[in-house]
Design a protein around this ligand. Structure first.
Ligand code: AMX
Length: 435
């Protein structure tokens, strides 16, 4: 058994006792109440899920296993000369709650290396898509096609004890994480680098550096990849991608079905696709300005024009956050260090000065501050990834690490099939009358 799997197993044994005790001793304790506006309004804020992988505080932002993003980025082991830590180390942290040593990360890197071969039929699935297809649709299908590789399914058919579900799920999850960057880079090269061919991974490199290598990008794009995958990995359990992955997995669908579903949820413009929307929207402004940087008044006018057309300002607002997203801040600091003179970065910076005030003045958005997506497209654009349809694929590769960690724990703790109850509007009206 690997060090990671062994540590994880010990953690699972300990944690099971806590969950069992909670259920036995306090199963009927009321944690939250539900209002009509929550039922009609997308279940905002209802405390009805449990995860220990990450927690999103509205004012502080995300913590992974209790660590802020800044702490994660500074404490996880790094490759020689790298600014950002190993993505492999994040998987270790999310699964076990422990900061891995460099040796533990290196062991995990070997595990990933041994598992990243993508079967030929997956390339065929990708190649069979017409070139105008959205890369998220291709990614979803590619992951789906891998379903026949599931160890969990084989074991389940053989008659698997509930106590052992997590083990083969861990094997499937680790296999899939190892393959995701290859699949993502292959999709990019197929759609946008026609004729250049696809580079296969370099065995001496970590996940982030390999992704940069397969994308044909030089330093510091290896650090961009690491930063990107790490900051997008998890955002507690209620967001659409994480929740979809968890929901589908709760039926004991394997991780390939679950992550394909997660990808489909992420592909909406109100969620993961917002980063490409930000770029599309900024390009619209740039075209309108013939490339010159708009004045503050021109910027404000563009924002108001968008709102007056009944559209949202992409990259701003959040269902839970009530301050600037620390994932935005991490990327902003990277931009200030590596690309302060970038034209689009200047646009993004100028927007930061006007949008929150305007959204407050309009008075609708509960959170006028920028989210992760307001910055992420700009970083990619700077390093030559100008095909913004592709940005959400990068988000999906990162998000799969958090969602898969959650699914392994769901199985380990025996969480059941998810099945909330719905009511009819008639019933709601009656309940309201009787109060
Ligand atoms: N621009 C304009 N209006 C906005 C807005 C924005 N950025 N954010 C919220 N609003 C509006 C909502 O559309 C809603 O209007 P309505 O009452 O007419 O329906 C009102 O403000 C109240 O919404 P809310 O409670 O503040 O937000 P929410 O929880 O319903 O939605 C989100 C959250 C992210 C979907 C929303 O802020 C939004 O559409 N933002 C722009 C898209 C975006 O950046 N998405 C990425 C989010 C992060 C991620 O998942 N990757």
């Amino acid at each position: 058994m690997s060090k990671l799997k062994d540590t994880l197993y010990q953690k699972i044994l300990d944690h099971r006792k806590r969950t069992t005790k909670l259920l036995k001793k306090s199963g009927d304790t009321v944690i939250d109440q539900v209002t009509v506006s929550q039922i009609i309004g997308g279940m905002r804020g209802i405390k009805s899920l449990v995860t220990d992988i990450s927690y999103l505080d509205p004012y502080e932002g995300i913590r992974y296993r209790g660590y802020t993003l800044q702490e994660v980025l500074s404490k996880l082991p790094k490759a020689e000369g790298a600014e950002m830590p190993y993505v492999e180390g994040l998987y270790y942290l999310l699964l076990t709650g422990e900061m891995p040593s460099k040796e533990e990360v290196e062991e995990l890197m070997v595990t990933f290396r041994n598992r990243r071969i993508v079967p030929r039929y997956v390339w065929d699935v990708i190649d069979s898509f017409p070139s105008e297809s959205h890369p998220m649709a291709i990614l979803s299908a590619a992951v789906m096609s891998l379903e026949r590789e599931s160890h969990f399914n084989v074991k389940y058919k053989q008659g698997l004890s509930k106590m052992d579900y997590w083990d083969s799920t861990f094997e499937d999850a680790t296999n899939l994480i190892a393959k995701m960057p290859l699949i993502g880079a292959y999709i990019y090269n197929k759609l946008y680098q026609k004729g250049k061919g696809h580079r296969y991974p370099d065995p001496s490199m970590d996940l982030g550096a390999n992704f940069a290598y397969m994308m044909g990008k030089d330093k510091p794009y290896d650090d961009v990849s690491r930063m990107y995958f790490i900051i997008h990995a998890d955002h507690e359990s209620g967001n659409v991608s994480a929740h979809t992955g968890h929901l589908v997995a709760s039926t004991l669908s394997d991780v390939y079905y679950s992550i394909s579903a997660m990808i489909n949820g992420l592909a909406g413009p109100l969620h993961g696709l917002a980063n490409q929307e930000v770029l599309r929207w900024l390009q619209g402004l740039r075209n309108q300005m013939d490339g010159k940087l708009p004045s503050e008044d021109e910027m404000k006018q563009y924002v108001w024009d968008t709102l007056n057309k009944g559209q949202v300002i992409p990259g701003y607002g959040h269902a839970v956050l009530r301050k600037t997203d620390p994932r935005y801040t991490v990327q902003r600091e990277f931009c200030l260090k590596h690309m302060p003179e970038d034209e689009l970065f200047k646009y993004v910076d100028a927007l930061y000065k006007v949008v929150p005030g305007i959204l407050r003045e309009q008075g609708k958005a509960k959170n006028p501050w920028p989210n992760v997506d307001a910055q992420s497209g700009v970083v990619q654009w700077h390093y030559g990834i100008t095909e913004y349809d592709f940005y959400t694929v990068l988000f999906a590769i990162g998000r799969s690490i958090g969602v898969l960690s959650n699914i392994i724990w769901d199985r380990a703790l025996g969480y059941p099939l998810e099945r909330p109850k719905s009511v009819t509007t008639d019933m709601l009206e009656k309940m309201v009358r009787s109060t």
